[in-house]
Design a protein around this ligand. Structure first.
Ligand SMILES: [Cu+2]
Length: 310
């Protein structure tokens, strides 16, 4: 598809995408998180001393929380996924949520590991430079190789794009708060169906990736929660998130438009099939694609570096 046509098509898709109006019309919008009137949020940085999975609490030695409390060691309530994810000795950055008469709570927990941060930042600046240098040709057409990236998976581990070389990859972008039933929620269901069909068709070397287009909210713990709430088999289905800059450049290079307005993201949908050499071999724009069609396009034997795929 020519670039111009591509953007016209995307423009049209955008009109019918997730938007505030669409969320009102949606038959089954998911509830937004309840916001307490006296709720206060503060950034918090600290080291996790211990984790109690049963009571979903972390004991954290934290630095001073400006405008709220001095540095100290105390316990915080967290989500079950965060309790399962975070480990003692880990440095974290999080959002402290204070609600009167409720235990202090940590949300939006990110690993605050120096080495990890360095890798993520290096990847983000490489992507920035690349997107900038490619200019109007930043969008990767079918036949081109995907950009390199480093992001965090739903376990809070670094995942680099090179890790998927030798594997076919089916990739899309979603966000967990998406309230439009026939957008992200439907896309995830179709990815799960494709995963099932691929397995039934004996496609052995396929990996599924959903990259969050809303990294402000979608921390590794939130992605883990999203996957487990849907009973997703994550042995070959990875959810990725990371620095906002990386996400935005990946959206540009993969030809997905996302406009942020508050908690909602107005966005287009694209689903890509990438071969074992990292080349995009097929993409479906919008939500109207068939899982079986993708499975039919997948290579059926282990084709690592097979000359047929070049
Ligand atoms: Cu959506």
């Amino acid at each position: 598809m020519r670039i111009n046509t591509f953007f016209i098509v995307l423009g049209l898709l955008l009109v019918v995408s997730c938007s505030k109006q669409a969320s009102v019309q949606s038959p089954t919008p998911t509830k937004p998180p309840a916001q307490h009137n006296d709720e206060k949020h503060y950034p918090l940085v600290g080291e996790v001393l211990s984790v109690d999975i049963k009571t979903q609490t972390l004991k954290v030695r934290h630095q001073a929380v400006v405008g709220f409390m001095p540095a100290m060691t105390m316990e915080f309530a967290v989500s079950s996924s965060d309790a399962a994810l975070v480990h003692a000795g880990e440095h974290i950055k999080a959002e402290l949520v204070i609600i009167p008469d409720s235990p202090a709570r940590l949300e939006h927990i990110w690993p605050d590991d120096r080495q990890m941060t360095d890798i993520l930042n290096a990847s983000a600046s490489a992507l920035r430079e690349e997107t900038h240098d490619r200019g109007e040709t930043a969008y990767r057409e079918v036949g081109e190789v995907i950009p390199r990236f480093s992001l965090l998976n739903q376990e809070g581990q670094i995942v680099q794009s090179d890790h998927f070389r030798g594997k076919q990859v089916m990739l899309n972008f979603i966000y967990t708060r998406c309230p439009i039933a026939d957008m992200c929620p439907a896309a995830t269901l179709k990815m799960m169906t494709t995963q099932r069909l691929a397995e039934a068709s004996k496609v052995t070397n396929i990996e599924f990736i959903s990259i969050s287009l809303d990294p402000t909210n979608d921390t590794p713990g939130v992605l883990k929660e999203y996957a487990s709430a849907r009973g997703i088999n994550t042995h070959n289905y990875t959810f990725l998130t990371g620095p906002e800059g990386s996400i935005r450049d990946l959206l540009t290079q993969f030809g997905v438009i996302a406009e942020f307005s508050g908690d909602l993201v107005k966005h287009t949908l694209a689903t890509l099939l990438i071969n074992a050499n990292g080349k995009i071999i097929w993409r479906a724009d919008g939500s109207d694609w068939e899982p079986q069609d993708f499975v039919n396009r997948m290579h059926k034997e282990a084709p690592a570096n097979s000359p047929k795929q070049l």
